[in-house]
Design a protein around this ligand. Structure first.
Ligand SMILES: *[C@@H]1O[C@H](CO)[C@@H](O)[C@H](O)[C@H]1NC(C)=O
Ligand SMILES: *[C@@H]1O[C@H](CO)[C@@H](O)[C@H](O)[C@H]1NC(C)=O
Ligand SMILES: *[C@@H]1O[C@H](CO)[C@@H](O)[C@H](O)[C@H]1NC(C)=O
Ligand SMILES: *[C@@H]1O[C@H](CO)[C@@H](O)[C@H](O)[C@H]1NC(C)=O
Ligand SMILES: *[C@@H]1O[C@H](CO)[C@@H](O)[C@H](O)[C@H]1NC(C)=O
Length: 409
C-alpha cells in the first residue's frame, strides 16, 4: 500500500479511500519481533503528552506543583530553578504523572497503542552546557515502555522536541524560541545520534519489546512559515534520519521483519512530502494531526462540525492520525450549544464527534488521541483534551474498538 515513488503523490489530488492493512502478527516471533504487534487491527491509542515534555497549557496544576508556575516551557523553568532543583522537581513529576495503573487503564479501554513524546535531551550527553533541560528522565521512559510491554500495548517513540527547536514559539519543543535552530548540520547530527541510539535501545533492551515505531521529528516548521528551513530539512535531515536508523539496524543484524516502522509527518502537515528524498519506503508511515478546532471549515454549530468531520477529510494510505481531540473553536467551547460545564445534555454530541472522527481515521492506519491525561485547562479539567476524563464523563466509549461503529457519518 505504500506509494512507490514521490511522483505518485502528485497524481493523488483528492484522497485515497484505500484501507491500509497493517502487516499480520506472527505470534511465534513475538519475543523477538519488535516491528509490529497489531495484526490487522487499526492503531487506537493515546498520547502520553506532558510526561517527558510538560506543556503548561494542559497541565497547569502539575506545572505549578513542580515550581514552574509562570514559566512557559521546560527550558525556562530549568534555567530558573537551577539544574539540581529542576531535576528533583521533574523526577517527582515523572514518578507520578503516568503510573502502571494508567497503562493498565489504557489497555482496559480497548486501546492498543501509546505514543510517547520525548525530547532529545533524554539522551543527556547531547545537551550542551548552554542549554537547559531536565536530567534523569530515561529511567522513567524505561519504566513506561516496560509496563506497556506487559500490557501488550504497541509503542511509538516520538522525537517531539528536537535540538535547537524545530518550530517557532512552541512549548512542545521544550524550548520556545522565535528563531528555531534545528535546521543546521550540527543539530541534524544531534537528532540523528538520538535516533540511532534509540533504535539500538529499542532492539537491545527488553523493556522496549513492544516499541514498533519511531517518529523522526514531530511537527517541524511548515513551508509557509519558512520554506528555506523546511526544504533544507526535507533534503538533508529526512533521508539521513532514515539511513541512520536502518544502518544501525543492519549493524545489529535485525531481520527485515523486525525492523522499525519509521514515522514522518505526512505531506498534509505542510513541511513538504517527506519521502521526496528517501530511496526506500519499506515500513514508512505518515503522521497527520487533525484539529477541527482550528479549521474554520468546521463551521459554528453541531451539525456543521459533524458534517465537516465526516466529509472534508480522508487520510491517505499509511497515515496514522497521531493527534486529534474533541475540542471545538475557542469562541464556541463555552456556549450553550458546545459547553461541557453544567451541560450534561451536550455529552452525547461529543460521543458523535469522537465516533465520527475515529471512523474516518480508521479508513487508514488509525488514531491516537491528544491527550491521555491533563489537569486544569481554562480553569477546569476540560475533557475535550483528556481521554481518561472523557471516558469518565461518558463522552468517549469505554471500549475504543467499538467507537467507529457508533459513527454518525
Ligand atoms: C528562515 O530561516 C533562516 C534560518 O534558517 C533565516 O535565515 C531566514 O531569514 C528565515 N526566513 C524567513 C522568511 O523567516
Ligand atoms: C539515493 O540514491 C541516489 C542514487 O543512487 C544517491 O545518489 C543518493 O545519495 C541516495 N540518497 C540517500 C539519502 O541515500
Ligand atoms: C449550521 O451551519 C451551517 C453552515 O456552516 C448552516 O448552513 C446551517 O444552517 C447551520 N445549522 C443550524 C442548525 O444553525
Ligand atoms: C456540509 O459540508 C458540505 C461540504 O463542505 C457543505 O457544502 C455544506 O454546506 C455543509 N453543510 C452544513 C450543514 O454544514
Ligand atoms: C470491545 O469491542 C470489540 C469489538 O466490538 C470486542 O471484540 C471486544 O470483545 C470488546 N471488549 C470488551 C472488553 O468488551
Amino acid at each position: 500500500m505504500l506509494y512507490s515513488s514521490a511522483a505518485s503523490w502528485l497524481t493523488l489530488t483528492i484522497v485515497s479511500t484505500a484501507i491500509a492493512t497493517l502487516p499480520a502478527i506472527d505470534t511465534e516471533k513475538l519475543s523477538v519481533s519488535r516491528r509490529w504487534l497489531l495484526g490487522d487491527d487499526k492503531i487506537r491509542g493515546v498520547n502520553l503528552g506532558s510526561l517527558f515534555i510538560v506543556e503548561e497549557w494542559f497541565a497547569k496544576d502539575e506545572w505549578a506543583s513542580m515550581g514552574c508556575k509562570g514559566f512557559y516551557d521546560e527550558w525556562s523553568c530549568v534555567e530558573s530553578l537551577g539544574q539540581e532543583a529542576a531535576d528533583a522537581a521533574f523526577e517527582g513529576h515523572w514518578k507520578s504523572w503516568i503510573t502502571e495503573d494508567d497503562i493498565a487503564q489504557i489497555a482496559s479501554y480497548g486501546l492498543n497503542t501509546i505514543r510517547i513524546p520525548v525530547g532529545f535531551w533524554i539522551k543527556e550527553d547531547l545537551v550542551q552546557s548552554d542549554e537547559y533541560y531536565p536530567r534523569g528522565g530515561l529511567k522513567y521512559l524505561d519504566h513506561v515502555v516496560g509496563w506497556a510491554g506487559d500490557a501488550g500495548l504497541y509503542v511509538i517513540i516520538d522525537l517531539h522536541g528536537g535540538p535547537g527547536s524545530q518550530s517557532p514559539n512552541e512549548e512542545f519543543t521544550g524550548h520556545s524560541t522565535a528563531n528555531p535552530g534545528f535546521f543546521t548540520v550540527a543539530n541534524y547530527e544531534r537528532a540523528n545520534q538520538f535516533l540511532e541510539w534509540m533504535t539500538e535501545r529499542i532492539h537491545t533492551n527488553d523493556a522496549y519489546r513492544t516499541v514498533g515505531m519511531i517518529e523522526v521529528i514531530n511537527e517541524p516548521i511548515k513551508r509557509r512559515v519558512n520554506a528555506t528551513d523546511a526544504d533544507d530539512m526535507l533534503k538533508n535531515f529526512y533521508p539521513a534520519a532514515w539511513n541512520r536508523i536502518r544502518d544501525r539496524e543492519s549493524e545489529l543484524g535485525i531481520a527485515k521483519e523486525d525492523m522499525l516502522h519509521i514515522l514522518y509527518m505526512g505531506s498534509n502537515w505542510g513541511s513538504g512530502h517527506p519521502e521526496t528524498y528517501l530511496n526506500d519506503t519499506t515500513y514508512l508511515y505518515f503522521d497527520d494531526h487533525v484539529y477541527w478546532k482550528f479549521d474554520t471549515r468546521s463551521g459554528k454549530n453541531k451539525t456543521s462540525y459533524i458534517n465537516a468531520t465526516c466529509s472534508l477529510y480522508r487520510p491517505e494510505s499509511n497515515v496514522v492520525v497521531g493527534e486529534f481531540s474533541l475540542s471545538v473553536a475557542s469562541d464556541l467551547q463555552n456556549t450553550d450549544e458546545f459547553g461541557i460545564q453544567g451541560h450534561p445534555e451536550n455529552v452525547a454530541w461529543y460521543t458523535d464527534y469522537f465516533a465520527a472522527q475515529v471512523s474516518i481515521y480508521e479508513k487508514s492506519g488509525g488514531w491516537i488521541f491528544w491527550n491521555w491525561k491533563c489537569n486544569w485547562i481554562n480553569q477546569f479539567n476540560d475533557w475535550r483534551w483528556c481521554y481518561k476524563t472523557a471516558v469518565e464523563a461518558g463522552a468517549i466509549p469505554k471500549n475504543a474498538s467499538k467507537a467507529a461503529s457508533l459513527s454518525p457519518c
